[in-house]
Design a protein around this ligand. Structure first.
Ligand code: ATP
Ligand code: MG
Ligand code: MG
Ligand code: MG
Length: 476
């Protein structure tokens, strides 16, 4: 079953059950706590927080999501994308635990002829919060899941709150056993590669109070009207229904790998390192196109910096695979063809998406060309002296004069079998930042200074968790 069909079936199932179909929100919402929309419930937050009355009691959507925090997993695990589609159903004070479990179970277990996904019920495992025996009881009664395939987890995994005082509640997650060839026995608690998480159900039933250092947001009462928030990974269902090994080989990503094979002359499925790069390209090409479509431009801070890193990582990966001409225009074209049936903006706005990506690639190639020369000289000097480490001052010069981000230097150094004195680099960066403080306003418009971005994160203006992953790109 193709991904577009999986998405459509989800919406149809919940519309039939009285839900209003709500379009995906943009990846960029005016929510100061988030860099990008990362879950289906984000656009419904005001209803859950009681700030606005929900215009419907039940809603369903397939939300575009970006999780930069998962970037290090891309190409390594079989299940993490930076961009993915989260299908969800939501109840605003309407049905609760039993309704949510019943509706989810119907969709996954009903045969494909009858409009469901037809997953083998014997392979389904579920988890419940350790203090929520009710959820386990419902799973057993409604879906016939035996006790052995229901596992309990503590609050770290199976309790959800919004990171602010307000609604919270236990979760129950649905997993599919991919079989012993994918890992150890023992259920999701033992192995999350073999037991693939496909769906998370959140039962909002508690009111959480002010945060305390010890208790987090302690429960202070029960919600007068209980809510449901769920999220199902569309790409993960595609992986299962298409019988492939990982999300990158599903129908909306694999053609990007095919294009990368064509552009690099290398084949997928032969060499481990190469495969990871192919998967990174497929994932990042799609995320970048979706971000540009929603109005992000490459830049030196915030969202723009994330996009810049994604685009540059594609270019680097393609070069390492042997590409010797620009690639981003071609990748954007493939993504547009794949995604426009569900997201028309990828088609109607293609010319702009393409030109943003192509311009960024040209800028980056210039940086790479000049910086690479200095880098090669530096490596040679270190090796002649029998050293193993590139000095912090050299990394700083590459950064300051040639616009080489530290992560690029780290990456290239690793390829040459060298390390980098990161502490030395950071000390020089800190020094530069100090002297430049008076000039902060002017520096804001500077070219290669990524520290602006870091400062912005340090000030805690965002919950963005991807910076470390983005700057320690050990895996390219
Ligand atoms: P995981 O434990 O696999 O990282 P999660 O628990 O972080 O997933 P949730 O926050 O519960 O994920 O999101 C709801 C659903 O969205 C998940 O059950 C999964 O199907 C899907 N999902 C989450 N993260 C990703 C991702 N990076 N790529 C693809 N699908 C994802
Ligand atoms: Mg996760
Ligand atoms: Mg999980
Ligand atoms: Mg989860």
């Amino acid at each position: 079953m193709q991904t577009h069909e999986i998405r459509r079936r989800f919406l149809d199932h919940f519309v039939r059950a009285g839900h209003t179909e709500v379009p995906s929100a943009s990846l960029i919402l005016a929510d100061p706590t988030l860099l990008f929309v990362n879950a289906g419930m984000v656009q419904f937050k005001p209803y859950f927080l009681g700030q606005e009355a929900a215009p419907y009691a039940r809603a369903t959507s397939v939300q575009k999501c970006v999780r930069t925090g998962d970037i290090d997993e891309v190409g390594i695990t079989t299940r993490h994308n930076t961009f993915f589609q989260m299908a969800g159903n939501f109840s605003f004070g309407d049905y609760f635990k039993e309704g949510a479990i019943t509706l989810a179970w119907e969709l996954i277990s009903k045969s494909q002829q009858e409009g469901g996904y037809g997953l083998d019920p014997e392979r389904i495992w579920v988890t419940a919060y350790e203090s929520d025996p009710e959820a386990a009881e419902i799973w057993h009664r409604v879906a016939g899941i035996p006790k052995e395939r229901i596992q309990f987890r503590d609050g770290k995994d199976n309790y959800w709150d919004m990171g602010v005082p307000g609604p919270g509640g236990p979760c129950s997650e649905i997993y599919y056993d991919r079989g012993p060839e994918y890992g150890r026995d023992g259920g999701p608690v033992a192995d999350e590669d073999r037991y693939l998480e496909i769906w998370n159900l959140v039962f909002m039933q508690d009111v959480r109070g002010e945060k305390s250092p010890k208790l987090g947001f302690p429960p202070v009462g029960s919600l007068p009207k209980k809510n449901i928030d769920t999220g199902m990974g569309v790409e993960r269902i595609a992986l299962l229904l298409q019988g492939v090994d990982n999300v990158y080989e599903t129908d909306l990503l694999r053609p990007i790998i095919d294009k990368a094979e064509e552009l690099t002359g290398r084949s997928y499925g032969i060499e481990h390192e190469d495969d990871r790069r192919f998967r990174v390209i497929a994932d990042h090409a799609r995320s970048s196109a979706m971000l540009i479509a929603d109005g992000v431009n490459p830049g030196n801070d915030g969202r723009g910096y994330v996009l810049r890193r994604l685009l540059r990582r594609i270019v680097r990966s393609a070069r390492l695979l042997g590409a010797n001409r620009p690639v981003l225009g071609e990748f954007m074209k493939v993504v547009s063809e794949l995604m426009s049936p569900s997201y028309s903006e990828l088609g109607t706005d293609f010319a702009r998406i393409e030109s943003v990506a192509v311009a960024e690639e040209a800028t980056f190639l210039k940086t790479l060309n000049t910086g690479s020369r200095l880098f090669a000289e530096t490596v040679e000097e270190v090796q002649i002296k029998g050293g193993k480490t590139i000095a912090g001052s050299d990394a700083f010069k590459l950064h300051d004069t040639y616009g080489f981000p530290l992560e690029l230097t780290l990456e290239m150094a690793a390829e040459a079998g060298l390390s980098v004195d990161e502490a030395g680099f950071r000390a020089l960066m800190a020094e530069q930042r100090k002297t430049a403080k008076e000039d902060a306003q002017a520096r804001k418009h500077g070219h290669a200074d990524l520290s602006i971005y870091k400062e912005w994160v340090d000030r805690g203006e965002t919950e963005f968790t991807g910076f470390d992953e983005l700057t320690s790109e050990a895996h390219v």
